[in-house]
Design a protein around this ligand. Structure first.
Ligand code: DON
Length: 447
């Protein structure tokens, strides 16, 4: 399909307008103060008196429709190098709050890179995910490699032992994530060593029992593996409320030929930086906040995910004095994942949720492969998430019995997970089963 064809539904939606549902109206209200700081953003999401538009309001965004039409007619270069680029830079440099230092060159030099996926095998299933600069794929696979050594068959779903094991495994994997993972174009990330099965065995020995591995877990020393030659990096109308997250969105698709797609997109916070490019109708992200805010650890060692390093020191929006590198990408946690079984498509899955994304996707994969839950149940059931610290449990699991048992084992426990896992599974009967997360009013469609 041509760019024009692909953009047409979005152009129509922006031109005809979309209705604010209850979820979105809450999100606008929760962010009204930030939105009000930027006149162009306020003009779209607040009424003339500065109040959030209520549920039921139709938002028309002609500026955005015009932006898409311009891209459709002139091609994507108008965004990175043409008049839209100039307006983006102007909006950043002249923002009334926290103006940034983005320059035209930053956009002109930006490249989307085709990267090799990371992969592991989990109990006979081939799992593929996104490589650096997201920590999502590699950390997820480290969790699976660790869990593979545990006999989950003997741990009932939701039992104290199962929850303890899932939490310990996530904590151990997160120690290495936090230490080593960052944009591999700027720091060396030993992905092969981190995903080595022997290394997983070594790290698994930290989990001697069902008691809590004391956190924060120290990072390990992944082995250096001889590398093989690296491969070159080289519409339809739906009558429903708009339920798309305004910050991070995931969708999974499997088509009739069993081609699978798993896509996560993010502008980081709700409404991103809250800077809407005047006259262009779109928000700018605040993805830079996915960098570490510290440049060095307590021992003075540089932090892999700091916006700094040895290559091409220069300034960024974080400060003129910082020895920062233009072009370094912040570490993400997005974990769009594809799974094959015996060489055939099995599952596409992913979620929004910041650094909890990794745990969400991990839980759902374990629910499907180890506990043989149907895909919708695997998405629905409460989740256990840990990031080299305490455990967060979905409220339904937050019972006195379980939390008491976990506390006695040395875990600190809180409730309050969210996430919005979207998955498609190719069933043993050859049918496609879609599951949308009830936590976020999603819906699975077949057509
Ligand atoms: O790239 C990342 O990992 C984050 N920017 C994702 C943020 C996110 O999921 C927030 N939405 N729920």
């Amino acid at each position: 399909m041509s760019l024009e064809e692909v953009l047409q539904p979005a152009i129509d939606l922006a031109r005809d307008g979309y209705t604010i549902d209850s979820y979105f109206s809450e999100q606008i209200a929760d962010n009204a103060e930030r939105i009000a700081m930027f006149p162009a953003t306020a003009a779209l999401y607040l009424d003339p008196d500065g109040n959030p538009w209520p549920e039921g309001t139709v938002i028309v965004n002609d500026d955005l429709a015009n932006t898409f039409e311009l891209i459709a007619s002139d091609g994507i270069s108008v965004f990175y190098e043409g008049e839209i680029a100039a307006d983006i830079v102007d909006a950043v440099q002249n923002a009334p709050v926290n103006p940034g230092m983005m320059e035209l060159n930053d956009l002109a030099n930006y490249r989307a890179v085709r990267r090799q996926p990371v992969t592991t095998n989990y109990r006979g299933y081939d799992v593929y995910g996104m490589n650096m600069p997201t920590s999502g794929g590699t950390t997820l696979m480290m969790m699976l490699n660790l869990l593979e050594g545990f006999d989950m068959e003997n741990m009932e779903w939701g039992s104290l032992d199962m929850v303890s094991t899932l939490a310990n495994v996530q904590n151990v994997a997160f120690a290495d994530r936090n230490q080593y993972m960052a944009d591999a174009d700027f720091v060396d990330v030993n992905v092969d060593g981190l995903l080595d099965k022997a290394y997983a065995r070594e790290r698994r020995s930290l989990i001697q029992s069902f008691s809590a591995v004391s956190t924060p877990v120290d990072p390990g020393q992944p082995p250096v593996i001889e590398l093989e030659e690296a491969a070159e990096e080289t519409s339809y109308a739906i009558d429903w409320d708009d339920t798309e997250s305004t910050s991070t969105t995931h969708f999974s698709i499997v088509d009739k030929d069993r081609n699978m797609v798993s896509v996560t997109t993010t502008i980081e916070l709700l409404f991103g930086s809250a800077v809407l490019v005047p006259g262009r109708g779109f928000l700018l992200n605040n993805e830079l906040t996915d960098f570490s805010f510290a440049f060095e650890d307590e021992q003075g060692n540089s932090i892999a995910n700091a916006p700094t390093g040895e290559r091409a020191p220069r300034r960024t929006a974080l400060g003129e004095d910082a020895a920062t590198e233009g072009g370094k990408r912040p570490r993400s946690s997005m974990a769009p994942t594809l799974i094959l079984h015996n060489g055939t498509p099995f599952m596409a899955v992913g979620s929004p949720g910041g650094s909890r994304i990794i745990g969400y996707v991990f839980n759902v994969i374990v629910n499907v492969i180890d506990y043989e839950l149907d895909i919708q149940s695997a998405v629905n059931v409460p989740r256990i998430v840990a990031r080299n610290g305490g455990i967060t449990l979905d409220t339904e699991l937050f019972t006195l019995e379980l939390t008491g048992g976990l506390t006695a084992r040395g875990f600190s426990v809180s409730d309050g997970n969210t996430g919005s896992v979207q998955a498609v599974l190719v069933g043993p009967d050859g049918l496609l089963y879609g599951a949308a997360d009830p936590r976020r009013q999603g819906v699975a469609l077949g057509h």
